[in-house]
Write a protein of this length. Structure first.
Length: 366
């Protein structure tokens, strides 16, 4: 049966975020598609729809409500998508915010339109490039904590965050990082060229969690990264993913952690916003660290590029998130979100099964 509470229409504005911030005229029109699906479990608290424009790979993820319906319920959603060709995928969201894999992409073709003009080739970076404010990551339902710095005045320190001295020093110097406003969006930044400085959210200490967010740099030789399970400024201990002077983003442990899959393969460019997900959880007497890194204007990787294990006796059991920096140029961080991996000290939650997409048909207005 179709549950009436699940029949509603949402307008999805698919905006093509290209390097020049132009919006393609073909996305100004819209058409309605009807989705029907079921789910083999009753504990899925939400479903998410990913819409990918094949014209420019722009994606939009839309929450489809909090059904919590009995097993066998058939859900129906009517959504408006851009007038071009798109791919639609569904996934289920569990009680703790854990997500299933996406369903297989379903292609929905739009009216035939003239091909867009060939884009101008991107010039090779020759120096500093201001990244601009980028696209803010909207708050996510189920996040245990969020640091978007909107409540901190530009030019001030962030309450609950502590800056530490160069070369992984434990001294405190809160002049190193501050809030800045770029294109109307407030974020954490540093203009210091000092090596291996950090700003750590010492007021928020956790274990078994994932941190997500975004970062950018203005200079091709900048060093930028994020930390987790940080014990600074008490101990010189953290896990981080970072890039050093034009290298790819890699995982590094402090103290050192031997890892066969420590390289993300993603090499940032000046002026480019980078998204990340960094997850640490205790597994049978060792810490499992997995991470994804990808350009903000590209699709999220299907699987982590980084997968490491820390089984040392001195491994950290808890810590905080933070920003890590070195080298020339400006560096920026924003929209940190923390998702608690374990509640009450239990085992890691199991991701829900993906939904079963039955059919997508054109909407008929009776």
């Amino acid at each position: 049966m179709v549950h009436p509470a699940n029949q509603r229409t949402r307008i999805v504005a698919i905006i093509a975020f290209v390097a020049t911030s132009l919006v393609l005229a073909t996305l100004a029109q819209a058409r309605t598609e009807t989705l029907r699906w079921t789910h083999p479990q009753s504990d899925a608290l939400d479903f998410e729809l990913r819409i990918t424009s094949l014209a420019d790979s722009a994606t939009q993820i839309l929450g489809l409500g909090i059904p919590g319906q009995p097993v066998g319920t058939e859900y129906v959603e009517q959504v408006e998508v851009g007038d071009g060709d798109v791919e639609l995928e569904l996934r289920a969201v569990g009680p703790g915010g854990e997500r299933s894999v996406w369903t297989s992409a379903q292609l929905r073709t739009g009216p035939i339109a003239p091909p867009p003009p060939e884009p101008e080739p991107e010039p090779e970076p020759t120096g500093e490039v201001a990244p601009g404010g980028g696209t803010e990551i909207p708050p996510t339902t189920g996040a245990a904590a969020r640091f978007d710095f909107e409540n901190s005045a530009p030019g001030t320190d962030v309450a609950g965050w502590v800056d530490t001295t160069p070369n992984h020093g434990l001294g405190v110097d809160d002049s190193l990082f501050a809030v800045i406003e770029v294109d109307g969006n407030r974020m954490l930044h540093t203009d210091s060229t000092a090596n291996a400085i950090q700003s750590t959210a010492t007021a928020d200490v956790r274990s078994n969690f994932e941190v997500r967010g975004r970062m950018a740099m203005s200079h091709p030789e900048s060093e930028i990264g994020v930390t987790t399970y940080s014990r600074f400024p008490t101990e010189s201990v953290h896990y981080r993913i970072a890039t050093n002077s034009g290298e790819t983003f890699r995982f590094v442990g402090r103290p050192s952690v031997v890892c066969a899959s420590s390289d993300s393969g993603v090499r940032p460019t000046a002026g480019e916003w980078i998204r990340f997900e960094l997850d640490v959880r205790e597994e049978g007497g060792q810490n499992r660290i997995v991470a994804k890194v990808w350009p903000a204007d590209s699709a999220e990787p299907a699987a982590p590029q980084i997968d490491c294990v820390d089984s040392s006796a001195s491994r950290p059991t808890e810590g905080s998130v933070g920003a890590w920096s070195g080298g020339p140029g400006l560096k920026y961080w924003d929209d940190f979100e923390i998702f608690q991996g374990i509640t009450g000290g239990g085992s890691s939650p199991t991701a829900p099964l993906p939904p079963l997409l039955i059919q997508i048909v054109p909407f008929e207005d009776n």
